[in-house]
Design a binder for this molecule. Structure first.
Ligand code: UD1
Ligand code: UDP
Length: 425
């Protein structure tokens, strides 16, 4: 059985449009996998046999958002050569995800060092990717998001003159300091990429505003939603099970917390912890906080919040367990990008512990509120959601602006059509 015929079974567009070019010539229609694409069933025996895609990633969120894409390629487009290089910028948190998705790397740079700095991690990963690209010789490199690995992977592809695709392209706050250094990483990667997979129409519009050619921008939805919907459905159907949650007190409202952003290191984290202490002083609340292992995070968090009866500080959870805990929660306090995107799929209101967000869609939809690291704003907004059932219900919207679970499918179809269009070049 060959790959799905794009003429017969195109993935429906996500958002307002699936490709932002308005002048759609034959080449561009082929790129978007639209009506002018040939039926791939007739040509798959020869068309892609020498085409190789190299996925480069290294942190927990990149892995969560790329494993569904990798699995989709391997299951539906098996004639394409898919290779995986993990930098292991994260070690334990990356390995947790790889285990959950049953994805095995072909190459592992094992680059994490305890307390690594931005420059040291970025430089080490960039240098170690050079020989990998020389040996693998991929036709396309795919990176995701905005981490040091994303930037280094994009630069390494550029230096090796290999085409680059960027998944989750176009997120912007417009402030290079927030999030730091991710906003800069995104801007640079967009400048280097030839294919831009934007999750939402607003992200695509950001790219166009920077002069990126719209024929190379496709709106796909976020692959993180593919991941969370898959896990949610399997948990709900009993196909997989989360861990034993017997330490949770069913009579209390569960407030789930995650936070790790660099721009909050120092005073920001002191204030976040003060806010959490105040929230946990309520007898109807239980706070659970899987603590990020970055020492700049874990030191203040354990100093302020350990030994508090209503606060459970736990190790980072594997992805299945985290989704299971999130769906049991009442509300989520987070500065995480991925968690902001996932929460609407679980029907959970989010208070965002950041001054600015590059994910405005949920704020506009009313499921997220920016509270920054201001103690009063954190406590007041949490109190409102705990006490005002009508407001809580209003914010508990189920529609997710970030995806419909088919982003991987759209990305794979676009790339396959790209290879097809370049077959005879
Ligand atoms: C990185 C990303 C950030 C992303 C976050 C997701 C950059 C610049 N930052 O931040 O965009 O939102 O990951 O979590 O790429 N550590 C461990 N074990 C692990 C992972 C981390 O011990 O599995 C500790 C190590 O001491 C490591 C430190 O955390 O040196 C910092 O890791 P690093 O990847 O540099 O930054 P993050 O803060 O995790
Ligand atoms: N996550 C997880 N275990 C945890 C906390 C978060 O698996 O203990 C998942 C979460 O569901 C989301 C992703 O990690 O998919 C977000 O990663 P993180 O917050 O580290 O990075 P960001 O998204 O902010 O870049």
């Amino acid at each position: 059985m060959g790959p799905p015929c794009q003429r017969c079974h195109p993935a429906p567009a996500f958002g307002e449009y699936d490709c932002v070019n308005t002048e759609v010539g034959p080449e561009n229609r082929a790129l978007r996998g639209g009506p002018s694409s040939i039926c791939l069933r007739y040509s798959d025996t020869h068309m892609h046999k020498s085409r190789k895609i190299l996925f480069i990633f290294g942190t927990r969120p990149e892995a969560i958002k790329l494993c569904p894409v990798i699995r989709h390629f391997r299951e539906k487009w098996p004639h394409l050569g898919v290779r995986i290089c993990i930098t292991a910028q994260h070690r334990e948190m990356l390995d947790q995800v790889m285990r959950v998705f049953d994805v095995v790397a072909d190459r592992d740079l094992n680059a994490m060092r305890p307390g690594q700095t931005l420059a040291s991690a970025t430089a080490r990963i960039l240098a170690e990717l050079e020989p990998v690209l020389a040996q693998e010789k991929p036709d396309l490199v795919l990176v995701q998001g905005d981490t040091a690995t994303t930037l280094s992977g994009a630069l390494a592809a550029f230096y090796s003159r290999i085409p680059l695709g960027h998944i989750e392209a176009g997120l912007r706050t417009g402030d290079l300091q927030q999030p730091f250094p991710e906003e800069m990483n995104r801007v640079v990667v967009s400048r280097l990429a030839q294919m831009h997979f934007a999750a939402t129409p607003a992200a695509a519009a950001n790219l166009l505003a920077e002069g990126i050619d719209g024929t190379n921008v496709t709106v796909t939805g976020n692959t993180g939603i593919d991941a969370v919907l898959c896990m949610r459905d399997r948990l709900e159907s009993g196909g997989i099970q989360g861990p034993d949650w017997s330490f949770l007190d069913q009579s209390r409202k569960l407030v789930l917390v995650t936070a790790h952003r660099r721009e909050s290191f120092g005073e920001g984290f002191e204030r976040i912890c003060q806010g959490i202490q105040k929230i946990a002083s309520r007898s109807d609340v239980q706070v659970v906080y899987p603590v990020h292992p970055n020492p700049n995070v874990s030191e203040p968090v354990y100093r302020h919040l350990s030994n508090h009866a209503n606060i459970s500080l736990i190790e980072p959870l594997d992805y299945v367990s985290f989704v299971d805990l999130a769906r049991r929660s009442y509300l989520i306090l987070t500065d995480s990008g991925g968690v902001q995107e996932e929460a609407p799929s679980l029907g959970k209101p989010v208070l965002v512990l950041r001054e600015k967000t590059e994910r405005p869609e949920a704020v506009e939809a009313g499921t997220s509120t920016l509270v920054g690291t201001d103690v009063a704003k954190i406590v007041d907004n949490t109190t409102c959601l705990l006490d005002d059932a009508a407001e809580y219900g209003r914010r508990q919207r189920i529609h997710n602006p970030y995806g419909d679970g088919r982003a991987s499918e759209r990305i794979a179809a676009y790339i396959s059509a790209f290879f097809e269009s370049t077959l005879h070049q």
